[in-house]
Structure formats: C-alpha cells, structure tokens
Design a protein. Structure first.
Length: 861
C-alpha cells in the first residue's frame, strides 16, 4: 500500500514535471535518475515541408498518455514509462538518423513509436535488427502489412486499404463504374492504389486512368481532363492535396460533373491553410469552390460511443484535454485551427497505452522467471519475443475505439464517410468492412442537384438523308420511271414506223428498262437507318449494287451497242457497209455485258457480300440540353471486307466500257447510216453518261461522309443521265411521229439529219430532175448507138471504095454533142462522162452513176 502511494506520488510528480518542464525528451532528473524507468523511443514528424506532419498533435497526445499511464498504480507497478523522442519531419533519411541516435544513446530503449508511413517503413524495416518492436501511431501504408518485411511492426493507425472497400461501396451505391486515380508517387499511395485496383476489378469497376506525380500535379490533372475522368480518387499528402485542388480549379475539374474522393485525415480547413507559404496560385475562394462537394473516407480514429475507455476518459474528455494541451503550445484551437495530426492524436494516445499494457503483461511474465524488462538489451531476442506476443494480444477500449491488432499487425477499424457541403465536412455515414454494413445518413448534397455521372453520356445519332431531299429525289425518280414506261409503250406501239424501226426498237426498250432500274436505285440509295433496321441494311446494300449495275449495263449497253455498230459499219469495206445490221448482234452485245456483270456481282455477293459498316464521327455537343451528354454521329455505309478490290474490278470494267463508248461516239460523231438512224443522238447521250460518271464517281468517294451531299449528288447524276438519254433518243422520234402521223416521207430520210420542209421539197425536185435527165440520157445513148452504127457502115463502105454519105455523117455527129451540152445544162459532169464513154472509156451505166451521186448528195444534205 505504501509502495503504491509512493508510486502514485511519483507518477503525479512526473505528470506535473512533464506539464511544467515540457517534452520528456528534455532530461528530467526526477525520472532519469530513477532505475525504475522504462524507456521508449519516439519519432514524430513535426517540422517538415511535405508528407504528414502529424507529430504536431500526436506528440502532445502521447505525452498525455504517458502522464495517464504513469499515474496508474495498477499499470507497470514500480515503473514509469519515459519517452525519448525527436522530429523526423516525415523524411525517411532523417527518421533513420533519429532512430540511430535514440537507440545508440543510453538509456536502453524497449520499444519504438513512429509516425508517417515513409519513416515507419524505414524504421520498422531496421528495427528487427535490434529486436525492437515498432508501434506506428501514424502510418497508413498498406505496404506495412507485410509481416516478412516488417516482422516486429504494429500500428494503431489503420491501413489505408480500409478506405478501399468503403470507396467501392460508395461507387456501387451511386452507380459509378468508371473511375480515375490520381496519386502522389509515394509507397503508401502506390500500395493503396494497387489494392484499390484489385478491388475495382473484382467489383467490375473500370479504372479509366491512373495518374501519378512527384510534386507538381499539373500534367496529371490535365491528363485526367483529357481522359474525361469524372469520378476521381485522389491519394496524396495534404501539401500535395492543396496543389492538386488548385490545378483542379484551373482545369475546371470541379462542380456538378465531377466527384473527388480525398483522404479523410486532412484537417477540416486543409484547403485554406498555408496557401501563401506553399506558393499555391489560387485564392481561398477558388480553393473553396474546387473543394465543394468532395467526398472523404477515413478510418474512425475517435471513439464514437461516449463510453469510458481504459484511461477512464471518454473520447470527448480526451478532446478537451488535448485541446488544452495544444492551446498551451499556442495552437488556435478556439478558432478551430488544429495542428496536423489532430485526427490521429487518439491513435498516438492509445499507442502509448498499448505499450504500457504490453510491458505490463511482459513484466508479469518475466517476473515469473525472475527476469526484468529493465535488463532488456538489443540482443535479447527472448524478451523481445515476449514483448511482441504481449502487444500482439493486447486489446482494450481506447479513445480511438477498440484497439486490437490483426495478424499483420494492422488495426481493425470502421470507416466514416464525409462530404464537403457549403465549405464544411458533413458526416454522411459509416461503413463496417467486416460486416459489410453501410450506415447512411442521407445527407449528401450534389451541386447539380443529382448524382454526377461517371462519364459523359454519349448518345449515338445515326446520320440519315434528310427526308425532304429523299422525297424530292424520289418524286423526280418516279416521274422518270413513269416517263420511261410511257416511252416503252410508245416505242412498242410505233415499232413499225420507219423512224422507230431503224433505231432498233428492242435496243430502245432495253435502254429504257435500264433507265427504270437506275432511277429505281435512287430509292435504294436513300433508304438508310431511318427506314430500315440494321439487320436488313445489308440486303439494301446488295440490292443497290445489283440494281444500279444492271440498270447501267442495260441503259448504257444498249446505247453503246448502237454506236459500236455504226462504227463497225463505217469502218468495214463499202460492200460490207451496205449489209443490213443484224439486230441480234446488238442484243448479244448487251447480253454479253449483262453476263459479265452478273458473274462479277455473283462473285462479289458470294465471296464477300456487302455489309453494313458504321463510320463514327467525333463527339459533338448537343444543341440544347442541360444534361452532361455528347452526341456521337454515326453514318451507315455499304462495305465488304475487300471493298476496294471489288469496286476496283467493277469500276475498271465499267470505266473501260465508258471510255470505249466515248471513243466510239467521238469517232462516229458525223456519220449517219440508214441502218441506225439515231446514232448521233445516242452518241451525245453517251458523252453525257461518260462525263457524269467520270465526275460523279470520284466526287462521291470524297463526300461519302456527308450523307445529304453524296445522296443528292449521286441521285442527281443518275436522274440527269436518265432524263437526258431518254430525251436525246426519243424526243426526235416523238416529234417526227407527231409531225408525220403516217409513214410516207420518212421512209427515205433519216430522223437524226434534222430534215426541213425546204430540204424535202428540194429532194423531190431533184428526184424529178433526175428522172428527166435519165430519159434524156437514154435518148442520147440511143442516138450515139445509131451514129456508131452509121460510122461503122461508112467505114465498111470506105474500105470497099464507096464514099456517098460522109458529110451527113459528120453533121449527125455534131448534133448530139451540142444537144448534150444544152440538154444537161449546168450539169456538165454527166455530159463529160458520156463524152468519155463516147471516146471509148470503160462503159458505166450512166443512170446508176447519176443516181448514186444524187443519193450521196441527199445523204450529206
Ligand atoms: N493518417 C496519417 C497517415 C500518414 C501516413 O500514412 O504517412
């Protein structure tokens, strides 16, 4: 009893001494001279520039714990605990130096307290060499959970991985399945992110990007914007967090479209502190704007129930005492200006209690075997193991909650979720990972009034041919088809009329069928996703190709065959040219083209059929909507896998026919043959088709991405070709038939010669004159014949010595010559012909010669 009183008075004295003389690392003669002091080493991050400087609040909390522990008579009876500490500035190098100084300077230390993950990692990795147990009050790095690497480490601070199940839970709650991560390049955050990635994968959450930075987050934040990150988990120390927030403001990654997850152990006003000192280029107001609405997750570090804890205090009692202690250190607690580490202060307090309890337990054990903790040395593995086992089994209710250690030495804890609403943190709920229990207060508030989306909603809009354009082109095509059908009827009805008959009416009909098909293909060209389902679209593609190809071949092939025949007729010998054109030859030519087409199209259809392909355009902003959406325009195309090969073959073949047709039309441009009376107009139609095809094909390829323009261009080209071809071939025929309802005159002339009434009259007068001349010639020939007979008689008389009739014979000879000149009048050529004949040239039937010349003159008229 007396001993107890003695210890109590010593403890009180120690407590007073600490309060009066300051930190215990300053030698207190009362304690250091005493043999019954158990010494522990402490490393506190306080005065550094980056990382976590939580020693500012944790060291005073540890001091309070030491007071309380040393005041307890039932704890470490006969002994007091003494903490020797120094500042590590959260720098691992300095931390290691502090540790060596503490360990190598007397007195012997029994345990090591440390804070800040980077320092704890260094210290805990080395401490095993001195058989020292390390207890970290402020280290969250998941890497510290590696028992092989840190065999003697315990921590009252929960691992940062405890946040991850909470984050996943929240993502699932708000339906976010696409998140981004921004992290500072420190092991604590790298290992946290690794754990988060694994959990996201398990939960089916996509990590769109993972950006890290050393000290300047500018590029990383910019990349987040580029990746359209909306839900972003940020893992960094508070100094870096302020830089990030400023960049967030500058890059406009805040507001109704963004959600940030920050770490919850920053101080409440962390985004407004030290802006000038840390040279943050944002004002407080800007930082406040950027911080609004962010979520934080944090392991509970303050006991939530107002229960009395092992120390006899509730967490509120502890807060009051801590605040008092901090005020003495000139922190402006009354104005809510808390030092760094204030959140973790209960962890430091409970860490000292855990040490005391473990030592207490070890002492009891050592007492039983006659040993003492006081005799511990860095080589005393046995005592070290006892201390390890004691702390491993330590459990108590502390001011931070229930203190217990997992097999990895980790603290097991609840997490709390907070949101910054109107510049203040509001508690949203708690999550217990072990029981998967989310307690939710329904206090969340979103800037846009609704939960932000995890991505830009992309709405696919199919670009279709405008309805007005489709209807107008369709109407023109219908008119064209009706016109072509009417022409077919006209062509059939008047097939026996010379003007139709000599233009090969079957060829005309074939051409018109081709025109109908081509005009019909205009409808198919305009049939897109507006009218047909995507499953039916390939059929439309194939129908388009077939109908346009066959229509072209029939229409153009029929015209081509005509100019081909004309060319053949004019290039063959005169004798052949007078032959009749065999119609089957024309049909065979069209048939031949058709067969080649069908073979090519069948191969295409079977080997590599046309399919629906989609061209995707860059995202566009919707014209008017408040929603966070973008428009992704899509355009349907007809394509097969080897589209270019097939188009190359087909266009190459058609191109050759087009060019050849152009050549033939040019060659026969001024030739007229009676057998095909409309070849010149057909030639013109061919020019038109060729030129339009040669212009349209490349232009359509260039403007293929503009559905209206390409449809309009293609449709107009087809319509123009069809209408012009029909007009060129049929208008003269219709005009002729209207002008001459009966087939009398036309039998002898050519429709495409453009014969006028005057020409016709001249033709008739020439015919009459020719008849007259024929008769005159016959009379003259008769006279010549008689004169020749007379001459022969005279010759025979001369040779027999008789000369009676010579003068009259001479007179008889002069007369026909004069007559010839006067009778033929201006037409001297036939007269000379007769003279020539009379002079003994090869006789030629004069009538035939004249007739042929006159015919030729007519033809060329
Ligand atoms: N809650 C503070 C953790 C600090 C650190 O892990 O470094």
């Amino acid at each position: 009893m007396r001993l107890n009183l003695l210890f109590l008075s010593i403890a009180v004295a120690v407590g007073l001494a600490v309060a009066v003389f300051g930190p215990p690392h300053m030698s207190n003669p009362l304690l250091t001279k005493d043999d019954n002091v158990l010494h522990i080493a402490g490393i506190f991050p306080i005065g550094g520039k980056g990382g976590w400087q939580g020693g500012q609040a944790c060291q005073p909390a540890a001091r309070l714990a030491l007071e309380d522990v040393n005041n307890r008579t039932d704890l470490l009876p006969g002994f007091i605990l003494k903490l020797h500490w120094n500042d590590s500035e959260c720098e691992p190098g300095l931390g290691a130096s502090v540790m060596y100084n503490l360990l190598y300077n007397k007195p012997q230390k029994l345990m090591l307290l440390a804070g800040c993950s980077t320092v704890c990692t260094t210290v805990a990795e080395a401490a095993k060499m001195w058989n020292l147990v390390v207890l970290c009050y402020g280290a969250s790095s998941p890497a510290l959970s590696d028992r092989n690497r840190f065999p003697t480490l315990f921590r009252t601070h929960p691992s940062a991985t405890v946040h991850n199940p909470t984050r996943i839970k929240l993502m699932e709650k708000f339906g976010w399945s696409r998140v981004a991560i921004l992290q500072q390049a420190e092991e604590v955050f790298i290992s946290t992110v690794e754990d988060l990635e694994a959990r996201c994968k398990e939960a089916g959450i996509e990590i769109v990007t993972r950006q890290s930075f050393l000290s300047d987050p500018t590029d990383a934040v910019r990349n987040l914007r580029r990746q359209d990150a909306r839900v972003i988990v940020g893992l960094f120390y508070v100094v870096a967090a302020r830089r990030v927030l400023c960049e967030v403001y500058k890059h406009k990654l805040y507001g109704k479209s963004y959600v940030w997850f920050f770490i919850g152990w920053y101080e409440d006003d962390w985004f407004e502190q030290n802006l000038e000192k840390e040279k943050i280029n944002c004002t407080r107001e800007q930082m406040r704007i950027a911080a609004e609405g962010h979520l934080t997750t944090e392991a509970l570090m303050w006991n939530q129930n107002n229960q009395r804890t092992l120390s006899g205090m509730t967490s509120d009692d502890f807060r009051i005492r801590l605040n008092e202690a901090l005020k003495k250190e000139n922190y402006d607690i009354d104005n809510m200006r808390y030092p760094e580490g204030y959140q973790e202060a209960p962890l430091a307090y409970d860490a000292v209690w855990a040490v005391a309890l473990a030592f207490n337990k070890t002492m009891e054990k050592l007492d039983r075997v006659g040993k003492s903790l006081k005799n511990f040395t860095y080589t005393d593995k046995e005592t070290a193991d006892d201390i390890y086992s004691a702390i491993n089994s330590t459990q108590f209710l502390g001011v931070s909650g229930h203190v217990a250690f997992s097999s990895q030495g980790d603290r097991i804890a609840l997490t709390q979720i907070e949101q910054m609403i109107d510049g203040k943190y509001v508690l949203l709920g708690y999550y217990d990972t072990q029981s998967d229990n989310l307690t939710w207060n329904n206090k969340e508030k979103w800037i846009g009034g609704k939960v932000p989306q995890d991505r830009t909603i992309v709405r696919t809009v199919l670009r279709t041919v405008s309805l007005g354009l489709f209807i107008s082109m369709g109407t023109v095509s219908v008119v064209g088809i009706l016109w072509a059908i009417a022409l077919i009827v006209f062509n059939i009805l008047h097939r026996h009329r010379k003007v139709i008959e000599t233009s090969h009416p079957v060829c005309n009909t074939i051409m018109l069928v081709g025109v109908c098909l081509c005009l019909g293909s205009v409808f198919l060209l305009g049939l897109d996703g507006r009218f047909v389902e995507s499953e039916s679209y390939p059929a439309v593609c194939q129908a388009r190709a077939w109908i346009l190809t066959l229509g072209f071949t029939l229409g153009y092939g029929a015209m081509f065959s005509k100019v081909w025949r004309v060319h053949r007729l004019t290039t063959k010998s005169k004798q052949d040219g007078k032959k009749k054109v065999e119609p089957w030859k024309l049909y065979w030519m069209v048939g031949g083209f058709l067969i080649v087409d069908i073979i090519l199209m069948l191969c295409w259809q079977i080997i590599d059929p046309l399919q629906r392909s989609i061209e995707i355009f860059p995202l566009e902003d919707p014209s008017s909507t408040d929603d966070d959406i973008k428009i992704r325009p899509e355009l349907e195309h007809c394509e097969s896998h080897h589209n270019n090969v097939w188009l190359g073959i087909l266009c190459g073949y058609k191109g050759l026919i087009l060019i050849f047709g152009l050549f033939l039309a040019y060659e026969t441009r001024s030739i007229k043959v009676k057998q095909i009376n409309d070849s010149r107009y057909v030639g013109m139609a061919i020019y038109n088709v060729v030129v339009l095809c040669l212009i349209t094909a490349p232009v359509i390829m260039v403007i293929a991405s503009q559905q209206d323009a390409s449809f309009a261009f293609e449709a107009l080209a087809i319509i123009f070709c069809c209408f012009l071809s029909m007009a060129l071939v049929f208008v003269p025929k219709i005009a002729e038939i209207i002008q001459h309802p009966r087939d009398k005159v036309e039998a002898k002339y050519n429709t495409d010669a453009g014969v006028s009434k005057e020409d016709e009259d001249r033709y008739h007068s020439l015919l009459a004159e020719n008849d007259e001349l024929q008769k005159l010639i016959s009379a003259k020939e008769e006279k010549i014949r008689i004169l020749k007979i007379k001459l022969q008689e005279r010759e025979s008389m001369k040779s027999s010595g008789t000369d009676g009739t010579a003068p009259s014979a001479a007179e008889g000879m002069n007369e026909p010559i004069c007559l010839g000149a006067g009778g033929v009048r201006n037409n001297l050529i036939p007269a000379r012909t007769y003279l020539g004949n009379a002079a003994g040239a090869q006789p030629e039937p004069a009538g035939r010669g004249m007739g042929a010349r006159n015919s030729a003159n007519l033809s060329s008229a």
